[in-house]
Design a protein around this ligand. Structure first.
Ligand code: ADP
Ligand code: ZN
Length: 721
């Protein structure tokens, strides 16, 4: 039979049948180009029995046009795509899209022209050319990318090509990556580390599905242990995927990887240049990319010979994707490992309650590293009760914290202050009329950024310069900043310790690999006395002279009524505390709070993780929350308020009445306006026994909505806003 079924990449249609012309041959997973109306569409050949669609009569079938010259998507990846579409109630082609590179990558081969500075030093330069020359040192890319990077027009750069200042370089698009060497620099492991490493190595050799939870305190050498598993995979010529929660962490990781294996791994994340992306994708598909380090999107790529997946900092919230296909990369990593028949390691010092539960149930094998490497001890944790130890008026640091920082400064040691709030102040208002600066597109205040003199929305990116006068009443010089962000804390440090060298570390200040490297180098060389940072500094970094951590406001994360608020606070504080005392000198942690009696604070002080998790588990069991029950959210949005509301009401009106499913709402979402769209939300709490996805599919499938309305389903939601 020459009839084939395709999963096609079209927003409206997703399953179409075609005829296979005699001169072409395909197998399930082949990538093909087919006609669709007057246009062409990309498709993946799929097993018809696994992809229900409408039967088209033979006579009406059109022939496909071309089979693309890439390896077909293997069966385990196809099963993963089906699983995700089913579990996350997402369109299958949206999931499959994440496996593909660009169209250019699919066609492969060829060369491209990139440009770099030729070394020619012209006598006279226009200011723009001079600026471009400064910016482009060591860079090589297309004119468009260089223009973007240097912040000049493409015309300026083309002029520089004409003048010989930039020279063209022909680049093989698929040029190979250097090889990682399994035994480049083998560390001497401690006994506990060796035992963990041996277990992982054996699992890589065995080539069967095995999920591990590597539960080791901060500084115990989790990375060193899973590096041994990576080494084994390299020896066996199997590929490895390492997922990291944040690109900011990769810099540190790359350096360690290179020191261990002699060459950096292959990187995959959303801000790769088009040519890098394409090269990486080709190398992943061919099997030539040995170790791929990436953000969650690397999870769906078509690895030729995957032998191991590592999810580092597996508890991190950023593994949860909150738009498009709303999946959790940590969970999907385990599913992928199952389909591929390979081991997967989830590494964390503060595992999610869900992960601990699965370990307890025997689903994950738990590997413990209870001690810091090299005899370093865990830091001493104390509470600063802000109701009794009151900071000076208009200040946020209690006298004891300031005194401890001063002592560190005098001893030449470093301090770290943690506050998970970017910018200078979270709210700005007019002293005269009370006007508050709000985002026009979102239900959120504008955050003052004093370094860049702007008011910015952290949800949609809307920005305005800080005005001189109140836009409402016109009074000049009347704006007051309310509450602290990291920039304001940094100012306070400078005020109380004028000689301290202070660094602010947020995604605003550390927004490129170069800046991250600079920061790490400066901190290691003791050119920084006090680091003030957001969650960006809570993990990954290892500064031996850092002996004091101050948590500026431990209560911040507990506000907002988020289901996992306590757990998240515990994780954040435990992680940031883990930055202290990693070298020979012991560390100390001061937690500023108004609620020292809260279970999470008490557990942090006592260093009693088990007690915290036990209390948390009890609370969740009572609330029917994960892992004991399940949540899902339906989010309805439209640019038109009334339209969003009526669609949400229609969904609420059609809600099924089932004994094991509780439906709450619709209600305006806490973020009722986001990026110009009005949002309503329904929450679904289900027993574990309920067929949650089927219920939602059936419920929503029977309804239809106006064009401007978007309805999205979030299974196992993290954010309730
Ligand atoms: P974790 O990921 O558990 O926080 P790391 O793997 O980052 O721990 O290890 C903490 C520090 O100790 C790192 O600087 C690491 O290089 C060092 N370290 C850990 N184990 C060893 C070892 N066996 N030999 C040498 N250095 C080690
Ligand atoms: Zn906004």
């Amino acid at each position: 039979m020459n009839r084939i079924r395709l999963l096609v990449f079209n927003p409206v249609l997703s399953v179409l049948d075609y005829r296979l012309p005699p001169h072409l041959s395909v197998e399930p997973g082949s990538l093909v180009v087919a006609p669709l109306g007057p246009r062409q569409v990309l498709g993946i050949v799929w097993e018809p029995e696994r992809l229900p669609g409408e039967e088209v009569p033979d006579a009406k079938l059109r022939p496909i046009l071309e089979v693309l010259p890439v390896r077909p998507l293997a069966a385990p990846l196809r099963r993963l795509i089906e699983w995700c579409a089913d579990y996350y109630v997402a369109p299958m082609n949206s999931v499959a899209r994440m496996a593909l590179g660009s169209m250019a990558a699919l066609r492969g081969g060829g060369t491209t022209t990139e440009y770099r500075l030729s070394g020619l030093e012209p006598k006279r330069l226009t200011p723009q050319r001079a600026a471009a020359m400064d910016a482009l040192h060591g860079e090589q890319a297309s004119i468009r990318e260089l223009a973007e990077y240097a912040g000049v027009s493409e015309g300026v750069l083309r002029g520089m090509v004409g003048a010989g200042i930039l020279e063209p370089v022909t680049v093989d698009l698929d040029r190979p990556y250097p090889h990682a060497q399994a035994d480049f620099a083998v560390p001497e492991l401690s006994e506990a580390q060796q035992a963990a490493a041996d277990t992982f190595v054996a699992a890589v050799k065995a080539r069967v599905f095995q999920p591990f939870l590597l539960d080791g305190v901060t500084g115990s050498g989790k990375t060193e242990c899973y590096f041994e598993a990576i080494a084994e995979a390299i020896r066996e010529q199997r590929q490895v995927l390492v997922l990291l929660p944040e690109i900011a962490l990769t810099e540190n990781f790359l350096r360690r990887f290179e020191a261990r294996f002699g060459t950096p791994p292959v990187l995959w994340h959303s801000s790769l240049k088009a040519s890098e992306r394409r090269r990486a994708w080709r190398a992943i598909v061919s099997g030539e990319a040995q170790v791929v380090v990436g953000a969650r999107s690397a999870l769906f790529l078509p690895y030729a010979r995957l032998g191991l997946i590592v999810v580092d900092e597996a508890h991190e919230v950023s593994f949860k994707q909150d738009d498009g296909v709303r999946y959790n990369a940590r969970d999907v990593a385990v599913i992928r490992a199952r389909f591929e028949g390979i081991p997967v390691i989830l590494a964390s010092a503060t595992p999610a309650l869900e992960s601990l539960q699965l370990a307890e149930a025997g689903v994950y094998r738990k590997i413990d590293l209870p001690d810091r490497f090299g005899g370093a001890s865990l830091p001493d944790v104390q509470v600063v009760d802000l109701r009794k130890e009151v900071p000076e008026r208009g200040h946020w640091l209690a006298p004891r914290l300031v005194a401890e920082m001063k002592a560190r400064l005098e001893r030449g040691e470093q301090s770290l202050l943690f506050l998970n709030r970017r910018g200078y102040a979270p709210l700005t208002l007019c002293r005269h009329c009370g006007y508050r600066f709000q985002c026009p597109n979102c239900s959120a205040w504008l955050v003052e950024h004093r370094l860049s003199r702007r008011l910015a929305c952290h949800h949609c990116g809307h920005e305005v310069p800080v005005p001189d006068a109140c836009p409402e009443c016109g009074t000049g010089d009347c704006l007051v900043a309310c509450g602290p962000g990291v920039e304001r804390i940094a100012d306070e440090v400078t005020e109380v310790l004028p000689e301290a060298r202070v660094a602010v570390v947020t995604s605003d200040t550390l927004n490129s690999p170069e800046k991250i490297s600079e920061f790490v180098a400066a901190a290691e060389q003791k050119l920084i006395d006090v680091i003030v940072g957001t969650q960006l500094v809570t993990k990954g970094y290892h500064f031996p002279e850092l002996t004091l951590v101050g948590v500026v406001d431990a209560d911040l994360g507990l506000e907002g009524g988020d289901l996992r608020a306590a757990e998240r606070t515990y994780q954040q504080v435990a992680q940031v505390a883990g930055r202290a005392g990693r070298g020979e000198k012991p560390g100390e942690v001061l937690i500023q709070t108004r609620h020292p009696e809260a279970a999470v604070i008490a557990a942090l002080v006592a260093g009693d993780r088990d007690a915290f998790y036990a209390a948390e588990a009890d609370g969740r069991r009572d609330a029917g929350a994960p892992p004991f029950g399940r949540w899902a959210a339906i989010i309805v949005s439209s640019e038109d308020e009334a339209e969003a509301r009526s669609a949400a009401r229609a969904i609420g009106g059609a809600a099924p009445n089932l004994p094991d499913v509780l439906i709450l709402g619709p209600a305006p979402a806490p973020l009722a306006l986001l990026r110009g769209r009005y949002r309503y939300r329904l929450l679904i709490n289900a027993r574990r026994s309920a067929k949650l996805q089927d219920v939602i599919r059936e419920w929503l499938g029977a309804l239809s909505f106006p064009q401007g309305v978007r309805v999205s389903v979030d299974i196992d939601p993290y954010s309730f806003v």
